[in-house]
Design a protein around this ligand. Structure first.
Ligand SMILES: Cc1cc2nc3c(=O)[nH]c(=O)nc-3n(C[C@H](O)[C@H](O)[C@H](O)COP(=O)(O)O)c2cc1C
Length: 599
């Protein structure tokens, strides 16, 4: 089929080239290309989406919406762009800003504002939202009585401070006198439907505020801005090509290297992106839960308007290893138990009780009389995908994607517990199993565009995974920038992940510096932050040379300890006090020279 568009804004030559390209393509490739083009456009427009102005009677555009997003790993950013697309299609002029690039003083001149933010740490704002967050909560925050706004919060209901940053933005805007156009929506890990509902409500409300109802409405489907055929909602079944145990015999850990095939998927990823994996729960845990509840495994229950077998639903579709706050609250209502009500009311005791416990513990400790299977399933949240930092570069491995997986196994409250995805991948994945995957792009963990820029990578344990991808990419690109890796784990002999590759890169000169910290190979514990302090002069020098610093891995201890070490280094070598060193690090973060992917 030839395209014949007499008024297409293309030259005859361009039209002929386009026809030639399209004719040679399979339908899935065409679909991928259309997604690629809109992703390409969204990337070009990331800072400012050219407005599709709809003049009102005065010749002015009717509604001007400013969209601000606070996002660490890109989910909220995708939703912000989706809002922009939909708003424009509905005749609303809008601009999208990364919160870090938005001047807070501009707030005074906004009329319509959409604030989208995720929550990180323990209820903290994502890095790019910090400045705006502090401004709105500080003494310089202006009165915003004229402002109409709405907040979309992204989070995870298994965290104590669910969607806290979104809640805080909402409260601070309200406190400054702004009026909510539509109420805030708090989204859990499966945010697509809730986010789409909020977008539609907001657009409807904005449209109603002005005379833009004559504008033709285009209903765009909710999807990520980087539209590929396979995405979060439609994962690609990836074949397992290789499964290898990285940790040596005698290690306290079990770490796997997994290679999956993306052949035929059209999926593209960049170093720093993550792989979303839809895993299965442990069949023994599912069986035990069904037995404890006295249900029939083959009973049919309703899920998404379909009748499905209970055991299948619990195996594939529902979270059973985490007790989320909404589940707990609903359980407390149904259980009618004074003991559970007391526990829910006592935050400290509750947090203590929740540690290491799962749905089976809740069922056993606080049984509910007359609970039926459908009701039970209705109380559980969707089984969310698990994210793994990608450990390969497509420039090097083409149709493959590699991940590094630490099998999570521990004993708590007299029962052996396992991590859902890690033990599914480690124990139950057979040669011909397919792993449903998608690419979770992370714009905040990216190599510098300039290949001459030096990079410092701090990635103990499985945190080293993305740095293997960085090195493969820099090798393929022939990048001249210096590369320095800080790696740490328990023992040199058993836990030096990808040792052969690091040493080969060290030898070839690609890896300019390598510092390792094996915590249990000597009396005193040595961690990466100790190695950083030991190399403080060189680190400061690299920073002066424009180095980018990357930290990946444990969010609870490692990331704060490394942050502290960096502050100490900046104080000591840069002659700054703590506040100045903090500002220095904050500025690096704004310039995307200090990027963290911690979990
Ligand atoms: C290290 C870490 C800490 C998190 N802390 C919270 C939290 O305290 N409260 C919450 O609701 N969600 C928390 N989340 C979940 C994120 O908000 C959620 O994954 C969100 O979709 C991320 O959106 P983003 O990609 O735009 O940053 C946390 C996620 C990570 C990785």
């Amino acid at each position: 089929m030839n395209i014949r568009l007499d008024n297409a804004p293309l030259t005859d030559e361009q039209l002929a080239q386009l026809n030639q390209l399209l004719q040679g393509m399979e339908s899935w490739q065409v679909e991928w290309l259309s997604g690629y083009l809109s992703g390409f456009r969204a990337a070009q427009d990331a800072m400012q989406i050219p407005a599709l102005s709809v003049p009102d009677a005065s010749g002015e555009s009717a509604v001007k919406l400013t969209i601000l997003y606070g996002s660490q790993t890109g989910n909220t950013e995708d939703v912000a762009h989706l809002l922009a697309e939909k708003a424009q299609a509905n005749g609303i002029e809008c601009k999208v800003f990364d919160m870090a690039d938005y001047k807070p003083k501009q707030l005074k001149s906004e009329d319509y504002l959409a604030v989208l933010s995720s929550t990180h740490g323990e209820g903290d704002p994502p890095d790019n939202a910090l400045d705006l967050y502090e401004f709105l909560h500080g003494r310089k925050a202006p009165a915003l009585k004229h402002l109409q706004y709405s907040v979309l919060a992204l989070g995870d209901s298994s965290y104590e401070y669910f969607c806290q940053t979104g809640k805080d933005f909402d409260a601070s805007l309200a406190a400054l006198g702004a009026t909510a156009i539509v109420p805030r929506v708090d989204c859990d890990v499966d945010y697509d439907d809730a986010a789409e509902g909020w977008i539609n409500d907001l657009i409807e409300a904005l449209s109603a505020t002005t005379a833009i109802s004559t504008t033709p409405t285009v209903n765009l489907p909710v999807q990520s801005t980087e539209k590929t055929v396979y995405d979060r909602k439609h994962p690609f079944p990836a074949e397992v090509l290789e499964k290898q145990v990285l940790s040596g015999r005698g290690s306290n850990k079990e770490v796997l290297h997994l290679e999956l095939s993306l052949e035929g998927s059209g999926l593209q990823y960049q170093p720093g992106d993550a792989l979303g994996v839809y895993a299965q729960n442990d069949p023994e845990l599912v069986a035990g839960l069904i037995e404890t509840l006295g249900f029939d495994a083959e009973a049919m229950v309703e899920l998404d308007n379909q009748q499905q077998q209970l055991s299948d639903v619990l195996l594939h579709h529902r979270e059973i290893t985490l007790i989320t706050r909404p589940l707990l609250e609903q359980w407390a209502e149904l259980a009618n138990s004074d003991a559970l009500n007391d526990l829910v009311a006592d935050k400290t005791a509750l947090n203590e009780w929740l540690r290491g416990r799962d749905v089976m513990d809740l069922v056993q400790a606080y049984p509910i009389a007359d609970l039926d299977a459908s009701q039970f399933v209705g109380l559980l949240r969707k089984l969310p995908p698990r994210m793994y930092s990608i450990a390969s570069s497509q420039a090097a491995v083409e149709d493959e994607v590699h991940i590094t997986v630490a099998a999570v196994r521990y004993s708590a409250h007299e029962r052996e517990r396992t991590g859902v995805a890690s033990t599914w991948l480690a124990d139950r994945l057979t040669e011909d199993s397919k792993v449903p995957v998608y690419i979770d792009s992370n714009k905040n963990f990216k190599l510098p565009d300039n290949d001459d820029v030096p990079i410092i990578m701090i990635g103990p344990g499985t945190g080293v995974a993305p740095f293997r991808s960085f090195m493969q990419e820099r090798e393929e690109r022939g990048a001249k920038g210096r590369n320095w890796l800080f790696f740490g784990d328990q023992h040199f002999l058993t836990d030096f992940l990808y040792q052969v590759e690091w040493l080969a890169w060290r030898k070839s000169g690609l890896l300019t510096n390598l510092d390792v910290a094996f915590s249990r190979d000597q009396e005193e514990k040595i961690y990466v932050q100790h190695r950083l302090r030991q190399k403080s002069i060189d680190i400061w020098r690299w920073l002066q040379d424009g180095a980018h610093i990357y930290v990946c891995g444990d969010a609870d201890n490692m990331a704060p300890d490394v942050n502290e070490a960096l502050i100490d280094i900046i104080c000591k070598e840069g002659g700054k006090n703590r506040d100045e060193a903090n500002d220095y690090l904050r500025q690096l973060s704004r310039e995307k020279r200090y990027q963290r992917d911690v979990y």
